[in-house]
Design a protein around this ligand. Structure first.
Ligand SMILES: NC(=O)c1ccc[n+]([C@@H]2O[C@H](COP(=O)([O-])OP(=O)(O)OC[C@H]3O[C@@H](n4cnc5c(N)ncnc54)[C@H](OP(=O)(O)O)[C@@H]3O)[C@@H](O)[C@H]2O)c1
Length: 281
């Protein structure tokens, strides 16, 4: 497969390029400096010149709290630019795979969210990503994921390892639940969406739902630290409060993927252990 990967310098993008290259694809990965996806003409020219079979968009404005004030940038990158990619793909018959988020939901449901559950984003980031799903269009595959961690980039695993190296206790919220998802497992699933030209919304997360507090306990335990070093707190106790509201329930039921007979991503504890081993090298 001839593949174009946008946002190739990001946490997910790096592992997407790595996976697709190892799978034998003809891969062009473009980072932010090489291709700004908000530049419509440049996007169309690149896609028309390269003529990939598929485009996987891993580019996004992911600074969730900063989005609350940088509304125009959030909308331009996470929504309008996805339309540019969709348009460019349609012109040459390339398949678009676009990555979205659990933040399209308000988090009030008392069970895991299915793909067809009502969306109701509570943050600028969530609203921009939901608009991006619409801009991707019905011919695209949209993969909603959550709590992404990988070797390249900032994430909760790296934060906990940094904090654990210092003395003192840790405190993390126990009233937001989700499924930690590792780029090493997410990348092959996104690659499959591209290869098989699947369409529509897919929830794609590692299995295993935890609160942030419980996830931190897992990270501490898996890295040889004492899991009892972290205390549970409520979101309301965060000081200062974070500008963007987070969904209390971020758990995504991977129903469409499962119902298609595709293998669910592993329990998150397996790629967590692998990531910790890789970071220790
Ligand atoms: N991280 C999470 O917990 C999480 C959870 C759910 C869903 N997601 C989704 O997963 C996808 C990948 O996220 P990630 O964790 O890999 O985020 P990331 O590390 O922030 O990667 C995003 C990349 O997009 C680039 N970018 C920003 N604006 C751009 C533009 N205008 N044109 C081209 N590239 C641009 C960024 O470059 P610069 O840094 O140079 O600006 C960055 O390299 C995103 O769609 C995100 O919404 C992430």
């Amino acid at each position: 497969m001839k593949l174009l990967i946008t946002g190739a310098g990001g946490q997910l993008g790096v592992d997407l390029v790595r996976h697709a290259t190892a799978a034998g694809d003809d891969v062009t990965g473009v980072d932010h400096a090489t291709l700004d996806i908000t530049a419509r003409d440049t996007v169309r020219r690149l896609v028309a010149d390269l003529r990939p079979d598929a485009v996987i968009n891993a580019a996004a404005y992911t600074a969730v709290d900063a989005c609350e004030t940088n509304v125009a940038t959030a909308h331009a990158v996470n929504a309008v630019a996805v339309g540019h990619l969709s348009e460019a793909c349609a012109e040459i018959g390339a398949h678009l795979v676009h990555v979205s988020t659990d933040y399209v939901f308000d988090g009030t449901l008392d069970r895991p969210y299915r793909e067809d559950d009502a969306t109701n984003p509570q943050s600028v980031y969530g609203r921009s990503k939901l608009a991006g799903e619409a801009a991707a269009g019905p011919a695209a595959a949209v993969a909603r994921t959550s709590w992404v961690c990988g070797e390249h980039g900032n994430n909760m695993v790296k934060l906990v390892l940094r904090l654990a190296a210092e003395p003192g206790r840790l405190a993390f919220v126990d009233d937001q639940r989700g499924c930690p998802t590792f780029t090493a497992d997410l990348a092959p699933a996104l690659h499959r969406l591209a290869l098989e030209r699947r369409t529509g919304v897919h929830h794609l997360t590692n299995q295993g739902a935890v609160s942030w507090f419980e996830f931190v306990q897992e990270v501490l335990g898996a890295s040889g630290h004492d899991p009892a070093r972290v205390d549970p707190i409520a979101t309301s106790e965060l000081d200062p409060p974070r500008p963007a509201p987070r969904p209390a329930n971020s758990v995504l039921d991977n129903a469409v993927w499962r119902d298609a007979g595709l293998p669910l991503l592993r329990d998150f504890r397996a790629p967590l252990a692998e990531l910790i081993a890789a970071l220790a090298k």
